[in-house]
Design a protein around this ligand. Structure first.
Ligand code: NAD
Length: 293
């Protein structure tokens, strides 16, 4: 219970993502009945990064769970940028591939931005292509990056209004912070984007009705930085030396003050995968709605 007597509630991304996956499974079945094929996601994995391998496995399993086709193309970290781009070009032309995801990070000799820009924007289910970033910023329909999209779904599913609220986004990456800020702005929030060069993070946070932390710094957001009754979304995933996974938020203390909060794990993480599958189905539906020659 907060000082003002506001009861804290958990934003359970695990439970919500299960519901979304169940609904997607039905939609995939309908898609199959209508078009005689299942939507397909192709993931490109370069190198042996263990965390990437875990993420890719989990995406693959979720696809299979809802009856979607999933293919993982593995390449050695010796692959050249040109070879990778050539592979993407052939996937762009493949009608059985609805979504293409290039698992990040890529090895240092490859220019990530150049590679991401090669993915056909209609198949860009991660929403990282500049075309999709631009459309999102302009408030137009786009493939939206999965993590911020998952945050918006969590808020909407719990009827947490964003319109007219003061929001702080901590982190300004292209993957999370910037698209998160754009989505909140498009939904009518007044958004401050804070980052590692922000002079006084606490002052921004203390005034916020909604805080989304995506910095990747354990214990960054502490109780004294949160207004009573605020909504706190923890995107951060940090593995401590002990092996334990934590977010950016000091959960035990902060949760006593806020109205809603996401746990880590079990908050934003599962929503991210659910949104990837949602985007893949959207790409497949958009492809099928195009006039056929
Ligand atoms: P990033 O490293 O690209 O960006 C981090 C941002 O945080 C930067 O803009 C940086 O300026 C800011 N920052 C760092 N330290 C700060 C500080 N002390 N104060 C204020 N700002 C600070 O990371 P990213 O890819 O955006 O990911 C951020 C976090 O979210 C990571 O922990 C990542 O693992 C996690 N993540 C989670 C999911 C999920 O599904 N839950 C998905 C993507 C990323």
């Amino acid at each position: 219970m907060s000082v003002l007597g506001v009861a804290m509630s958990l934003l359970d991304g695990k439970a919500l993502s299960k519901k979304i996956l169940a609904s997607l499974a039905l939609q995939v079945e309908n898609f199959k009945n209508q078009y005689g094929r299942v939507p397909g996601l192709t993931v490109i994995l370069v190198g042996e990064d263990p965390a990437s391998a875990v993420y890719v496995r989990s995406k693959h399993k979720s696809c299979e769970k809802i009856g979607m086709k999933s293919e993982v193309l593995r390449f050695s970290d010796q692959i050249t940028e040109d070879q990778l781009i050539e592979k993407i070009a052939s996937l762009n032309q493949d009608a059985k591939v609805d979504g293409i995801l290039v698992q990040l990070p890529l090895p240092e000799h490859i220019d990530t931005e150049s590679v991401l820009a090669q993915v056909r924007y209609e198949k860009d289910v991660d929403g990282f292509h500049p075309f999709n970033s631009g459309r999102l910023l302009r408030g137009q329909d786009a493939m939206v990056p999965c993590t911020p999209l998952g945050v918006m779904e969590l808020l909407a599913a719990h009827q947490i209004a964003v319109d007219g609220k003061d929001a702080v986004v901590i982190g300004k990456s292209n993957i999370v912070g910037k698209p998160m800020a754009a989505l909140l702005m498009n939904a009518g929030a007044t958004v401050s984007v804070c980052h590692s060069k922000t002079k006084d993070l606490a002052t921004y946070c203390r005034h916020a009705d909604l805080i989304v932390s995506a910095a990747g710094r354990p214990n960054l957001l502490t109780e004294d930085m949160v207004k009573d009754g605020a909504v706190v979304i923890d995107v951060g995933i940090n593995r401590l030396d002990s092996g334990i996974l934590v977010g950016d938020v000091q959960f035990d203390e902060v949760s006593k003050k806020c109205s809603w909060i996401t746990p880590v794990p079990g908050g934003v993480g599962p929503m991210t995968i659910a949104m990837l599958l949602k985007n893949t189905l959207k790409a497949a539906q958009q492809f099928e709605s195009l006039p056929k020659p």
